[in-house]
Design a protein around this ligand. Structure first.
Ligand code: TYM
Length: 342
């Protein structure tokens, strides 16, 4: 009898982001900042979730540009196509294929409880120019579960707003495994300690978002230094004068969170640093820290954007690798369900 040799595989880290605009400081601190660090110890799979983005109507030309820009931004953030997979979701058909299968293993009631669906449906329905509460918006978590489960992902680094989507992906995986035996790895969310929920600079009770109609509330990763500083200096705070973390101080709490996430300082250290100083000094310091953090990223982004053929070579390689890895899981799932494989 031949002895089976079991080769330990590295753990896998996966995450995607939608190309609905240039990423924001929220996307960066909540998720993307940490992605490159996983490349050493994990097998990594990071990508542009363009299929997800059409749950809201997209201008075709803008979608193509934003997809290219977002891909360039992933490389600028240190993701290396020679170390891990960096891909564009629509290039890899297994995502749509497993997405459909998982629709049939997900309950209507479960999807109805998703807060992002409820929020987005309300927002779309309110907008008379874009009344578009489509079925894709509803079944979005099934496609996201497919993204994750196809690669047998162990951990998924995301911001706090994706926690519920991760939970439903785990439920779907456990349900499928319960019926057919172990087909999918059950993934864990990895949510950073600081920066998991960055709020709007203009309304710190709301999440900083790519689609905020007030551009002053959102810092984009390609904003010029002067623009970044202006946004921080006009950030909404409160009528007190002391920099400390506390209830009713949403604006200051948010600025402290951003400062902590960028500099690695604790809240106590930040309070001490700004003891006796006014909000003006603090806002300037946060602006400066963010500008310094983003400067090298912006430089690399501009370089990558000037070399479209390099970007194309990288995403083609990413798609080939992603297809190969994900096809194995798709075949296994299809076989278990009872489909005849070619
Ligand atoms: P998306 O494109 O909205 O956001 C990308 C990542 O940024 C995080 N994020 C934030 N973190 C902190 N503060 C904020 N204000 C903030 N805004 C956004 C999000 O949590 C996310 O991690 N459904 C996903 C994309 C997706 C995906 C996946 C993620 C598709 N398939 C598979 C993980 C695994 C989304 O819309 O993210």
């Amino acid at each position: 009898m031949s002895e089976e040799v079991k080769v330990e595989r590295k753990k896998r880290s996966l995450s995607l982001i939608q190309p609905t605009s240039i990423p924001t400081l929220g996307n960066y601190l909540g998720a993307m900042k940490g992605w490159s660090a996983f490349q050493e110890e994990y097998d990594t799979i990071y990508g542009v979730a363009d299929l997800h983005s059409i749950t809201v109507r997209q201008d075709p030309q803008k979608l193509r540009r934003q997809t290219t820009e977002l891909y360039a931004m992933l490389l600028a953030l240190g993701l290396d196509p020679d170390k891990g997979i960096v891909f564009i979701q629509s290039h890899v058909p297994t995502h749509s294929q497993l997405g459909w299968l998982l629709n049939c293993y997900t309950q209507f009631g479960e999807l109805s409880r998703m807060t992002q669906f409820k929020d987005k449906a309300a927002k779309n329905a309110e907008n008379i120019n874009a009344d578009n509460v489509n079925a894709g918006l509803f079944t979005y978590p099934c496609l996201m579960a497919a993204d994750i489960l196809l690669y047998q992902s162990d951990i998924v680094p995301v911001g706090a707003d994706q926690k519920q989507h991760l939970e439903i992906a785990r439920d779907i995986a456990e349900r499928f495994n319960g019926i057919y035996g172990k087909v999918f790895t059950v993934p864990e969310a990895y949510i950073p300690k600081s920066g998991a929920r960055v709020m709007s600079l203009q309304d710190p009770t709301r999440k900083m978002s790519k689609s905020d109609p007030n551009p002053k509330g959102t810092v984009y990763l390609t904003d010029e230094p002067g623009v970044i500083m202006k946004k921080f200096r006009s950030a909404v705070t409160d009528s007190e004068m002391s920099v400390h973390y506390g209830e009713g101080k949403d604006g200051i709490n948010n600025l402290m969170t951003i400062y902590a996430a960028v500099t690695g300082k604790t809240m106590d250290a930040i309070e001490q640093e700004f003891a006796g100083k006014g909000y003006g000094d603090f806002k300037t310091a946060v602006g400066e820290a963010v500008i310094a953090e983003l400067e090298p990223v912006q430089q690399r982004f501009n370089q990558f954007m000037q070399d479209k053929s390099y970007l194309q070579a990288c995403w083609t390689k990413g798609a080939d690798l992603a297809q190969r890895v994900s096809q194995r899981t798709l075949d296994k799932a299809m076989k278990k369900i009872g489909f005849l494989l070619k």
